[in-house]
Design a protein around this ligand. Structure first.
Ligand code: TXA
Ligand code: MG
Length: 319
């Protein structure tokens, strides 16, 4: 792909109008959501969706999430039963993605990579909400990073891997949740990807053992065989080796601390998991850009959103 000039505009009416024009013309735009920055294009336009895959260098067997402004717009794309509607009512707008049967022809086939289900989400962030309403179209948006690289929680993280590959980034500061949305299979209530909405949020009152069996543990998908997409073992990867559960700093490492383990950088000195989630990807971006050859991360408890943090860290460490 030949390099194009990537513009960055602060969030506001002018930026949204500009972004909507780029999308109407079949382009893609990086826009913040409450989880991570997304790379958005018209989900009904195959060529526009192909542009997302091209900019990310993403294997086309990995399907994309479709963003809509509200439940009514979601029901135009996916088939909801009462259980799915109840989940939507509890968590939308917000960081929950539901995988549901797709209404035929609702979005370009490339979005779902040929599956007969579709992943839908109603984001809460003002910039993505404003863009959805300005476009009047469902927007397909994966995280705005080159395939297999760390997800972006700031505009400059987007530029780190997509500068020269996309037309526009809307900058509205750091994202609040910091981890990609929780993905739930709306038919079985299985968690396909842990995220900001924790097991305990989803299934209040259920014991820890039951909660863990709710995590889908299917085989890893291989090209052409999507069983549980989003479960690729290596994902969100920094370019350097990463050591988990590090209690101490070793020679040549950049240590990311948590709680009592102080590092070169610290996710949360007071051991707050929500603060740690919001800072995780920024810390990984900084570790990757540091002058050390390797990265280590302190142990993170598996409670609440800690399960999603550990999920991302295991994938980042996988080689
Ligand atoms: O927070 C988020 O979800 C962000 C923001 C931008 O909304 N988006 C995001 O998209 O993380 P992406 O493309 O990086 O991850 C989408 C995940 C993939 O792991 C994909 O395999 C899974 O959703 N997925 C998409 N459609 C699916 C389907 N029909 N069935 C199962 N998994 C699906
Ligand atoms: Mg991603």
């Amino acid at each position: 792909m030949s390099a194009i000039a990537t513009r960055t505009l602060p969030y506001g009416e002018a930026a949204i109008a500009d972004a909507a024009a780029v999308i109407a013309a079949g382009g893609c735009v990086a826009v913040p959501t409450e989880t991570v920055y997304g790379l958005a294009a018209d989900a009904t336009d195959s060529d526009a969706v192909a542009g997302i895959y091209a900019a990310k260098g993403r294997p086309s067997f990995n399907p994309l999430i479709v963003h809509v402004p509200d439940l009514a717009a979601a029901e135009a794309i996916a088939v909801f039963d009462d259980a799915a509607r109840a989940l939507a009512a509890r968590f939308w707008p917000g960081p929950l993605t539901l995988v549901l049967p797709m209404r035929p022809g609702a979005v370009a086939r490339l979005v779902t990579a040929g599956l007969d289900t579709v992943a839908v989400r109603v984001p809460a962030h003002r910039a993505m909400q404003a863009l959805l309403r300005a476009c009047g179209r469902p927007l397909a948006a994966p995280s705005a990073n080159a395939s297999n690289r760390i997800s972006p929680t700031r505009a400059r993280h987007v530029l780190a891997t997509l500068d020269g590959r996309i037309a526009l980034v809307i900058d509205d500061g750091p994202t609040s949740a910091g981890l990609e949305s929780t993905i739930v299979d709306g038919r079985t209530a299985e968690v396909l990807r842990p995220g900001p909405i924790s097991f305990a949020d989803l299934f209040p009152g259920e014991g820890r053992d039951v909660l863990h069996t709710r995590l889908a543990t299917g085989p890893r998908p291989s090209p052409g065989h999507v069983t549980a997409p989003g479960q690729l073992a290596s994902h969100y990867a920094p370019t350097k080796p990463l050591r988990l559960d590090a209690g101490e700093h070793r020679e040549g490492e950049w240590l990311i601390g948590f709680g009592a383990v102080a590092g070169d950088d610290t996710l949360s000195a007071i051991g707050d998991l929500t603060e740690a989630a919001a800072r995780l990807f920024d810390a990984l971006h900084r570790a990757d850009a540091s002058d050390r050859a390797a990265i280590a991360v302190a142990p993170i408890p598996d409670d609440g959103i800690g399960a999603a943090i550990n999920d991302r860290l295991r994938r980042a460490a996988y080689r």
